[in-house]
Design a protein around this ligand. Structure first.
Ligand code: FPP
Length: 232
């Protein structure tokens, strides 16, 4: 089977899944956070090398305060657990998104885990927190232009390579496959530049119920696709 090297996931449906069980939305996020660990292990077993997940968008601050608080504390808890897990699983962790708005405690933990895991060569796991693709593109544009100006060049010298190297995802291959759970079929401001040639896979399964078998179904579907990258 042709295994995608790089997979991105929009983990949708935590709230609806919890409500369908008569539970608060935050319960869906707690179970969803646990499932992140399962799917990381599954991705590694299957042979996926880069996994990128959408955990919190630049628009998610509009959610009720207690939900935002729960999500932030789940991120912190998850990263603290990773201090041990990334060593045991040879897993590298990176964060993408604008960190400025995150608490100092969370930013310090992100720096710590990124540094700690930077040498690991197994699953290359990336979490998008306070991430919005348009925001990333604007930040990357500023960086790229500043680089050009400081080396005496102009806007005409901008290349795709230079621009890509200024994105938060620099060094991470563009996703071969994008999965979105829970039935919605849109990108919601996720990796707009990076998904230019990715295959899309949508499933009705909500994120907390998404299993290794579901991931394998997505990979089998990917295997049946004929990618042409604009050629014939
Ligand atoms: C979308 O479901 C999910 C989110 C906005 C948050 C994703 C977060 C997690 C899975 C948990 C924490 C992650 C880590 C990395 C520890 P939704 O709430 O929009 O669901 P709905 O569409 O049913 O309302």
């Amino acid at each position: 089977m042709n295994i995608p090297e790089s997979v991105a996931i929009i983990m949708d449906g935590n709230g609806r899944w919890a409500r369908s069980k008569g539970m608060p939305r935050t319960y869906g996020h707690t179970v969803g956070a646990k499932n992140v660990e399962n799917i990381c292990r599954a991705a590694d077993d299957i042979g996926i090398h880069y996994l990128t997940i959408y955990a919190f968008s630049t628009e998610n601050w509009k959610r009720p305060e207690n939900e935002v608080k729960t999500l932030m504390s789940l991120f912190l808890k998850y990263l603290k657990k990773c201090e041990k897990d990334c060593v045991e699983n040879n897993m590298r962790i990176r964060l993408i998104g604008d960190r400025e708005a995150l608490s100092e405690e969370l930013r310090d933990e992100i720096d710590y885990v990124e540094e700690l895991s930077s040498k690991y060569t197994g699953l290359q796991f990336t979490i998008a927190i306070n991430y919005g693709s348009r925001d990333e593109i604007i930040r990357a544009s500023k960086k790229a232009f500043n680089k050009l100006i400081s080396s005496g060049k102009t806007g005409d010298d901008l290349t795709e390579e230079l621009f890509s190297s200024c994105l938060d995802t620099a060094g991470i291959p563009d996703p071969d496959l994008l999965i979105r759970t829970s039935g919605e079929e849109r990108l919601s401001n996720f990796l707009l530049w990076q998904l230019a040639y990715s295959e899309f896979y949508f499933t009705k399964k909500p994120w907390p119920a998404f299993t290794k078998e579901d991931l394998l179904d997505a990979v089998s579907e990917y295997d049946r696709r004929n990618r042409r990258f604009g050629g014939v």
